[in-house]
Ligand binder design. Structure first.
Ligand SMILES: [Cu+2]
Length: 120
């Protein structure tokens, strides 16, 4: 009876061990899509976050709506998109650099917020 009990414990231990060995690693699978929607009025963000959080490797889409024609510029990644009054434009890229990157209205030289990319 004692032996059967011991065997059972060993079997359970082996199965638990196998579960952790065979379990797919979440980090390898994750390449998330992150979409942010920002609305700019009077050279300020009136809707949406001023800090955009992402993880390295994420596919980031920033949808932008502005009341005036301007240029949206994301530093570090050095990506720009022309803002067209009252229509939505978007900036799409893979967040392959980690760190904090400010974005601004390029012509006005006004900082709107920042993209924060956590290292993987
Ligand atoms: Cu700039």
């Amino acid at each position: 009876m004692k032996r059967i009990f011991l065997l059972l414990i060993i079997t359970v231990a082996v199965l638990v061990g196998l579960f952790f060995v065979l379990k797919p690693k979440a980090q390898e699978v994750s390449s998330n899509e992150k979409t942010f929607r920002l609305e700019i009025k009077d050279k300020k963000i009136v809707s949406g976050p001023t800090t955009l959080s992402a993880t390295q490797g994420d596919s980031v889409t920033i949808k932008l709506k502005s009341d005036i024609a301007e240029e949206f510029h994301l530093h570090g990644y050095d990506r720009s998109v022309d803002l067209v009054p009252n229509s939505e434009v978007e900036l799409k890229f893979v967040a392959d650099l980690s760190g904090r990157f400010e974005f601004e209205l390029e012509m006005a030289k006004l900082e709107l917020g920042a993209l924060e990319v956590q290292p993987k």
